[in-house]
Design a protein around this ligand. Sequence first.
Ligand code: ARG
Length: 489
Amino acid sequence: QPAKMWSGRFREPLDPTFEQWQRSFPFDVRLLPQEIAASSAHAKMLAAAGVLTPDELTKMIHGLEQVLPSATDQAEKLIEPFSDHAKNALHSKVGFNIPLNEMIVALNPDAEDIHHFVELQLTKIIGGLALKLHTGRSRNEQIATNMRLFVRGAIDSALEDLLSWRKALIDLAAAAGEAVMPSYTHLQRAEPVLVAHWLLAYVSMLERDSSRLADCRKRMNLCPLGSGAVAGATLALDRTIAAKALDFDAPTPNSMDATSDRDFALEFTQALSTLGIHISRFAEELTLYSTAEFGFLDLPEAFSTGSSAMPQKKNPDLTELIRGKSARLLGAAVTLSTLIKGLPLAYNKDLQEGQEPVFDAADTIDGILKVMPSFTRALRFRFDKMRTASQTGYLNAMAAATYLTEKAVPFRKAHEKIGNAVRLGLETGRELQELTLDELRAFGPEFGEDFFAAITLEATLDCHDVIGGTARTRVRAALEDARRKIAAE
Ligand code: ARG
């Protein structure tokens, strides 16, 4: 039976199946960098409290710095005979599993979790001094700290990726110029809008997503180290030392909360769920617009796949996968909330199950956000088809009713008169602008020659001259505003 960190009071060895099953090392191995940083920060507090001499502290920190390269070296040796191609695949950081980590796990079957692993490795590297590291601390505060560090890093990388995607969307919107498309309500053609206006709708969503993630980062940036197992460290540690060493704003204020709180993980996955919902709506729209029935865009070949059966096919796998992957983000948030809601204070082993959803959500969003900017830049719209669709189906009917209100017709009456005109158009296969003035005057004497100028495509756009509207000047201003926000972040 392998040595445990806690075997002193036990007379019986663990059931071997249970022993393997309860280990978290197979997945918390990826917290190795965080565990080393947090352990070094703890060692600094120990030295300041006089538990370690300055010399011991130096040895301890150097030893900790060797843990990661030495574990990696062992794994690298294993894969030496492999081809470069296979090695690259093993080093790949994309996806749920990082194969190099898996080898570290396979090579260290005795490690119960990342904390145990680092203690075992450190003992190999610096000997008995390593056994002093756990003075005055608990794995409960360690895992809480590691997870905060992990989430903070994942937020920083998501924020950076979101910025480049927002830039790509804004550039695409700017390049669309004054191109128009139908907007839809109930998925029925509603009013014409600028293509840029539609794209900027997604930029607005992503701005909120960025701000949610940044907000979560602000709230979570406190350091649990020194919280002990539940009641606080058993030594008079200066917790501000660790907080500073790990770039946290301050130590957490309550040890019971700090060791059992996973709000930061919950907020992170919830923010990602909302982001996932936005990305999924974008993916759904593009999937729909790329159909022959809409024909608004040609899918970029570099981001599409064919069919092994039907030679003519070009399938929107990217947008479909994104729609699918956003489900995992939602799943992670649900797993965490159900995991935590019934837990009594403070630490409970259930919390170990909260790690994998966080890792999966971080990996999923990373993968999505790495492909979105280049995919977005590769999008090519069929502006001609979008324009045709904007000019048929009476999308100027609301602008037409507004024209009548300018002639002092109450809107409800104007609505009725234009409704009558639409009906005549439907019956005779014509758009509003194709009806004659005499025909229109049958519905009301208020129709004048200037009616036709008021319902052109451009006039229909420009009558929405409000903040947030699709009038051309307003959209130009919105574009500048979106760029300004990026520059300010
Ligand atoms: N592997 C554990 C986890 O992820 C570390 C904390 C263990 N603490 C304990 N009291 N057993 O939660």
